[in-house]
Design a protein around this ligand. Structure first.
Ligand SMILES: [Fe+2]
Length: 318
């Protein structure tokens, strides 16, 4: 993973004062905002960002990014209109513009909105997920959707996941590992089984349509020499002995063989990673519900290529 510390960008402010809650406004302006960012970021970082989608790098962490004035963490609704976090929302979209990544959202998830606010929501405190505080074990986001290289009629699984920390909690540790590091510990047979249609997927709780499950899907795909996965500790089940052995092996590698990258998010941390080429988890933490809880903004993205046909099409069917 590449890591950068920004000097002085914390005070970076866009001149324009227009406020909006409309995702399309952010989409339409992201390129011009990214041009403003291009003027203040150093060359090495710009290079890393613009090459990220085609590079073998799986994650970039940038610390010291601009936030602006912060309201209390929205723990009751789990949601806040973008106009209240305008600078951070613009920054997120501008970074995607710089990286030539198209922001996406899914119908039936997060009310179709682009930005999800990852906060411990009071009413969902016993759930494992982006609005909870219980340990959220290793997973790929939206594992039921179609992976790169998978032949399926399901819509595409997000390729990029960005997290932007508005408020940190030193107790909450996010861990990130590369899929290729896991594959190294697997036998050819186990990899083959992982690529076969012997796994069931329970749709994660964040979807609003009753969580139907997907049957007989592969755990890994391989495309142009790279592996992609939909591993999800909480939501993937094996269907027979061999797929159970492969799943257990991955669990064992995760626990005993791999040294994950560990991040305690701080205000102004921007992390982007390749969802299907990594796995991430978050430790348990204890929110106090006093307005100061951990708060991340999340934005999904796809590589913005003509093949993807994503231009000006923010919401994907899920
Ligand atoms: Fe996640």
């Amino acid at each position: 993973m590449e890591m950068y510390e920004l000097d002085g960008l914390r005070d970076f402010l866009w001149q324009e004062n227009h406020k909006s809650n409309n995702d399309i406004y952010f989409l339409e302006n992201m390129d011009s905002w990214s041009n403003e960012l291009r003027r203040v970021l150093d060359k090495a970082l710009l290079n890393t960002l613009t090459n990220f989608s085609s590079s073998n790098e799986t994650a970039i962490l940038i610390r010291g990014c601009p936030i602006g004035n912060l309201p209390d963490t929205p723990v009751t609704s789990g949601y806040i209109e973008s106009e209240h976090v305008m600078l951070s929302a613009k920054f997120l979209f501008a970074m995607f513009g710089l990286m030539k990544i198209m922001p996406i959202s899914y119908t039936g998830e997060n009310s179709g909105k682009a930005i999800r606010h990852i906060v411990p929501k009071i009413s969902q405190n016993s759930q494992i997920g982006s609005h909870g505080y219980l340990e959220f074990n290793f997973h790929v986001d939206n594992p039921d959707l179609s992976l790169i290289g998978e032949e399926s009629k399901r819509p595409p699984c997000l390729e990029y996941l960005a997290l932007y920390c508005l408020r940190g909690d030193s107790q909450a540790i996010t861990e990130l590992i590369d899929l290729k590091d896991i594959v190294e510990f697997m036998s050819d047979d186990e990899i083959k089984i992982a690529q076969s249609n012997q796994f069931n997927i329970q749709r994660p709780d964040s979807f609003e349509d009753g969580n139907p499950s997907i049957k007989n899907a592969p755990l890994f795909t391989k495309f142009n020499g790279k592996y992609y996965s939909r591993y999800d500790f909480h939501n993937i089940q094996s269907t027979n002995n061999s797929s159970s052995t492969a799943l257990n092996k991955i669990n064992e590698i995760l626990v005993n063989k791999i040294n994950p990258l560990k991040i305690a998010f701080e205000t102004g941390d921007f992390l982007i990673f390749k969802n299907q080429e990594t796995m991430h988890k978050r430790s348990q933490f204890t929110p106090e519900y006093n307005g100061n809880e951990r708060w991340l903004m999340r934005l999904f993205g796809m590589k913005d290529t003509p093949q993807n046909h994503l231009h000006n099409q923010l919401v994907l069917r899920s």
